[in-house]
Every structure is written in structure tokens, then in C-alpha cells.
Design a binder for this molecule. Structure first.
Ligand code: HEC
Length: 100
């Protein structure tokens, strides 16, 4: 019973946080939110996964199509690309190139 005041206070905060997350996700095309989980969107962040910061939308879309067809060897990206349609690849590439 002693938890109730804390719960009443926390619930609206959680809802606001969820709504803010939704708004951000709605901005991105389907499938795009995962990309930035692995790929850094800032040139100053160095990770083992290649950065997409210096790539144009046509370059990203072209590489994704090579991953999808298997023409370009990959550990992970071929599996991700196979789950995307051509129009989704174009929309995601545009979104990544635009968002920096
Ligand atoms: C689970 C982590 C992960 C996710 C999620 C991910 N990538 Fe990748 N990406 C990689 C890795 C690792 C490589 C290196 C190639 C490989 O081994 O698959 C790569 C390579 C790439 C490359 C080639 C970069 C270069 O310089 O050669 C592009 C373009 C790319 N990813 C785009 C995307 C896009 C677009 C998405 C979202 C749809 C995405 N990636 C999601 C891990 C990820």
C-alpha cells in the first residue's frame, strides 16, 4: 500500500517518455530505427561497425541492394537487407542521409 503514491507519480512520467519515443520513431521510415542502434550517426564516434556518416543516400541504397542480392559479403547486413523491400531501402537511405 505504501507504494501507491510513488506509482501514481511515476506512471505519467513513463507515459510521457513513451509518447516522446513514439514521436521520434514515427519520423523514421519502417526499419530505419534499428540502423542507428549499430551505426554511429556522428563522425566523432568510433566503433567497429562502419559509420554511415560520409555516405550519400544513393550510396547507402546501392550497398543495401548488394547485401540483399548477396553480391556483397556480410555477416549481418545481408540478413537485415533481405527483410527490406526496395522502396523501404530507398526511404531508409534518404532518412539516414538527411538526418545528419
Ligand atoms: C546489428 C547491427 C547492425 C544493424 C542493426 C545495422 N547494421 Fe549495417 N552494418 C553492420 C555491420 C557489422 C556491417 C559490416 C558488414 C557486415 O559484416 O554485415 C554493416 C555495414 C553496413 C553498410 C556498409 C558500410 C560500409 O562502409 O561498407 C551499410 C551501408 C549499412 N550497414 C547500412 C545499414 C542500414 C541502412 C541499416 C538499417 C536498415 C543497418 N545497416 C543496420 C551492422 C548493423
Amino acid at each position: 500500500m505504501t507504494c501507491w503514491p510513488a506509482l501514481a507519480l511515476a506512471t505519467p512520467l513513463v507515459l510521457v517518455a513513451m509518447l516522446a519515443g513514439e514521436a521520434q520513431a514515427a519520423d523514421a521510415p519502417r526499419g530505419a530505427a534499428s540502423c542507428t542502434g549499430c551505426h554511429a550517426t556522428s563522425g566523432s564516434v568510433k566503433t567497429a561497425i562502419p559509420s554511415l556518416v560520409d555516405k550519400s543516400a544513393p550510396a547507402i541504397a546501392g550497398i543495401m541492394r548488394e547485401y540483399k542480392s548477396g553480391a556483397r559479403p556480410a555477416t549481418i547486413m545481408s540478413r537485415i537487407a533481405r527483410g527490406l523491400s526496395d522502396s523501404e531501402i530507398d526511404a531508409i537511405a534518404e532518412w539516414i542521409a538527411r538526418g545528419r
